[in-house]
Design a protein around this ligand. Structure first.
Ligand SMILES: [Mn+2]
Length: 260
């Protein structure tokens, strides 16, 4: 594993006691907020989620098990190039590719950052030979061809994924607001079958501080019931913006993904 493009001085959820090639789960942060439309701050998400995990998370759940049994390796954060969206996404791709070369069976838990980071993670998994469908929870379809000319925008991330994965392997749930072309295109999407890549844009929920908030969101329990029995190869938790407030939701999702 090359540590190029990683900031190892970042806060980790804990000191790693296994090597990367012994891990069952890898945690990776991608602190990007270059294309956020509203207030910036999602770059602070990965380390804040880790901090809140340390403050609030219990290592045991009666149905899910014990965190001490999870073989988790936290690789730190991708080193973002300020102001250069494409370079930052390319680095994310290279880092995920490198992780999978060292440990092809590891499951990934990716902490955003804005939703744009999902594309390079999905692409790196595909290029590493993984076969999976894509299940996304979001208040928006994120299916725009581009947003103000930017194809890498968070508002276009599911369109980019559609181009490489195919419509029939994609499902997006929880949408409440989007453009007409996106609603039309969404009719062509399929149903995601296991194993899946789970992408959780926290704006699907009510009350979590996010880059692009929409009222009328789901409850945490509704979201958890949708995902708890799914077989996943990787999951991302994106769009948390700690500059707008705080929420126990991202760190609790992290805890549950590490436990199950
Ligand atoms: Mn989104």
């Amino acid at each position: 594993m090359t540590w190029k493009f990683l900031t190892r001085q970042t806060s980790l959820i804990w000191e790693n006691i296994y090597e990367l090639d012994e891990a069952k789960l890898v945690v990776l942060g991608v602190p990007l907020d270059s294309s956020v439309t509203g207030l910036p701050g999602t770059r602070l998400g990965p380390d804040r989620i880790r901090e809140e995990f340390r403050l609030w998370a219990s290592g045991y759940h009666p149905e899910m098990g014990n965190l001490e049994d999870a073989r988790v390796y936290d690789v730190g954060n991708v080193e973002i190039v300020p102001g250069d969206m494409r370079a930052s996404l390319e680095r994310t791709y290279q880092v995920v590719k490198g992780i999978l070369e060292e440990n092809p069976d590891v499951k990934l838990v990716v902490l955003g950052g804005e939703h744009s980071i999902t594309f390079p993670v999905v692409k790196a998994l595909m290029d590493s030979g993984k076969d999976f469908d894509y299940l996304c929870f979001d208040a928006h379809w994120d299916l725009l061809e581009n947003y103000m000319g930017l194809k890498e925008s968070h508002a276009s991330v599911n369109r980019r994924i559609m181009e490489i994965l195919g419509k029939e392997k994609m499902e997006i749930k929880g949408v409440r607001i989007s453009e007409k072309e996106e609603w039309e295109l969404s009719n062509e999407l399929g149903r995601a079958k296991d194993p899946v890549y789970l992408s959780i844009d926290l704006d699907v929920l009510e009350g979590v501080p996010v880059g692009t908030p929409v009222p009328g969101g789901w409850s945490f329990e509704k979201l958890w019931n949708e995902i708890k029995d799914r077989n996943w190869v990787a999951v991302d938790i994106v769009e948390y913006n700690p500059m707008l407030g705080t929420s126990p939701v991202p760190s609790e999702l992290l805890r549950r993904f590490l436990l199950i």
